[in-house]
Design a binder for this molecule. Structure first.
Ligand code: AMP
Length: 120
């Protein structure tokens, strides 16, 4: 499967549509989910063109992989939902059975309230 350059997150990265930005560096962008499922619901995306975690691990540099994962901790600390406060959940949907809608790799981060069961 080829990366779709017209997916919504690619458009956000190109600045063609707005987002409510939380954090950005050379490797990642984090912004609030437009349809929050929990009190705090944000997304972290790599700036490179990767469809999902498998595509990312196949093609990305070690630096990109490290930066993408380190961004989780940076952002949850910034929003004060880290495990030094009340904790949070990280989730990545992959493909059809995973329920992925946007074909650009992203982590969902949920927090700000008790998240409940591991699958919902
Ligand atoms: P997934 O089902 O894992 O692909 O999740 C895609 C997520 O992207 C959903 O939670 C959507 O609410 C979110 N989303 C879609 N469009 C936007 C947008 N323009 N800005 C922020 N979040 C978005």
């Amino acid at each position: 499967m080829d990366y779709d350059k017209n997916n919504i997150f690619a458009k956000i990265l190109r600045g063609e549509i707005p987002c409510k930005k939380i954090y950005e560096n050379d490797y990642v962008l984090s912004f609030y989910d437009v349809n929050p499922l929990k009190k705090t619901h944000l997304l972290i995306i790599p700036k490179g063109e990767y469809i999902d975690l498998d595509d990312f691990h196949d093609k990305a540099s070690e630096k990109e992989i490290i930066e993408f994962n380190k961004a989780i901790t940076h952002v949850v600390k910034k929003l004060k939902i880290s495990n030094q406060q009340d904790g949070y959940r990280v989730l990545s949907n992959i493909g059809k059975n995973g329920g992925q809608e946007v074909p650009h790799l992203h982590y969902h981060i949920f927090g700000g309230e008790k998240i409940g069961k591991i699958v919902f």
